[in-house]
Design a binder for this molecule. Structure first.
Ligand SMILES: [Zn+2]
Length: 270
């Protein structure tokens, strides 16, 4: 079991206020044609998992689908983190159509959030759109890493062709590409992206779709110091994802880096 051996941080968790959590989690599953989610997307369920599973920390976030949700979501994430220090860490959300983007970024910084999550496919904006470029410039200037949903065979918002110009244009921006840099296009994404030093990735919503051999190859291509553990809670069971990571049989040093050291470094967690 990983719990005796590794300090584990699940660096990719979506959470919602209790009143809308189950519905929001199911909507995400429908967007991806997945079966019903493993969990309900509440903070309470995540804390229960912390007790049960041996996962020690969770990086939580929520994606705004309209600009007017942005401030409420960021305050919800910050309040949730404040209620559970040392267990929860938060990322902010932004929307490409925020009227005063600089003010929203300043609020994220003042709330002590550790970065910004964007989901181009759900927010319907291409990563290399000028509205995203404005977000990336502001985040780079504030030293805020950005966690990006990346990859979808069905759409052209977040695939490597959209991310590569951003990695070139913003060498000072810390980018975390979810799902090994390209959900559903894992191998093409890794081949196209792995040489960009300003990119890290997480393994969320990936290990359940890939053979252990294939996942090991992706980790090897990025290097274990650039891969983070993440479950995409509430879609999957974090403890099961942690077991899949252990099943790759990487060295203890590489496993420890993926389980928490990389997330601590990139997101400045303490
Ligand atoms: Zn996500």
């Amino acid at each position: 079991m990983f719990r005796e051996k590794f300090y584990a941080i699940d660096a990719h968790c979506h959470v919602y206020p209790d009143a809308i959590a189950a519905k929001a989690a199911r909507a995400t599953c429908r967007f991806y044609d997945f079966d019903d989610p493993a969990n309900d997307g509440t903070i309470g369920r995540l804390l229960a998992i912390a007790e049960e599973s041996g996962i020690d920390g969770f990086v939580i976030q929520s994606v705004a689908t309209t600009p007017h949700q942005v401030e409420d979501i960021n305050r919800f994430i910050a309040a949730s983190v404040a209620a559970h220090p040392g267990v929860l860490y938060g990322l902010g959300t932004l929307h490409p159509d925020c009227a005063d983007m600089a003010a929203e970024v300043r609020l994220i910084v003042s709330l002590g959030l550790h970065g910004v999550k964007l989901h181009p496919d759900i927010q319907r904006v291409a990563l290399d759109d000028d509205r995203c470029r404005r977000i990336f410039r502001l985040c780079a200037d504030e030293g805020l890493p950005v966690l990006l949903h990346t990859g979808d065979r069905r759409y052209d918002y977040s695939n490597p062709n959209r991310l590569i110009p951003i990695l070139r244009e913003f060498p000072d921006l810390q980018v975390v590409g979810a799902h090994f840099g390209g959900f559903s296009v894992w191998e093409e994404a890794t081949a196209a992206l792995a040489d960009f030093g300003n990119l890290s990735v997480d393994c969320s919503s990936s290990l359940g779709f890939l053979s252990a051999d294939k996942a090991r190859q992706l980790v090897g291509r990025y290097g274990a110091s650039r891969v983070m553990f993440g479950s995409d809670y509430p879609l999957w069971q974090p403890q099961h994802e942690a077991e899949l990571l252990c099943g790759l049989r990487l060295s203890d040093a590489d496993t420890a880096a993926i389980f928490s050291e990389n997330a601590k470094r990139v997101y400045h967690l303490q």
